[in-house]
Ligand binder design. Sequence first.
Ligand code: SF4
Ligand code: SF4
Length: 169
Amino acid sequence: MVNTPENFIPVFPVPTEEEINHLEEELQNKLNSIQNKIANKIPHHEDTGILVSVFANTILRISTFLFQKTGYFGLQKVYYADEGCVGCGTCEKICLSNKINIINDKPVWNREIPCMYCFACISYCPQNAIQAKRMRTRKKGRYHHPQIIAKDISNQKSYALRDSLSIKH
Ligand code: SF4
Ligand code: SF4
């Protein structure tokens, strides 16, 4: 099991820079250890403890089912851009669902299109201007992988569209 920085922004707080550095250091050490075991064919068994096991096998499954059934309890309907939005269009370009359109220089989330809850729009807005109502996202930080830029995601979008077109034809 490896821990990565949390960026489920509407629900959880985003770690501080110091916490992120610590997590990334731990993560790198763990990955080095895994790489070493694979390279040397060393068997590995990790006992995550009874609490993690119960959480993963019951609570997580039930909550995932409920999230999918309810669309994260209507989360996709609560996004909005606040007064900090400068209409740059980044959110529209990186939404892999094509759910966001810039209209009159502001993003509009199409409620008819399902959200994938990737939070790329929130995490990559250069102005931190995307919020989710009632979830105190104004007070939370933002996190995305430091080596992945918005263009990397928008490039994936063109691949996704190309693949969906090739499936249809
Ligand atoms: S990415 Fe942020 S600043 Fe740019 S259009 Fe979207 S909400 Fe506005
Ligand atoms: S969370 Fe992801 S899928 Fe949902 S609107 Fe934002 S970018 Fe699009």
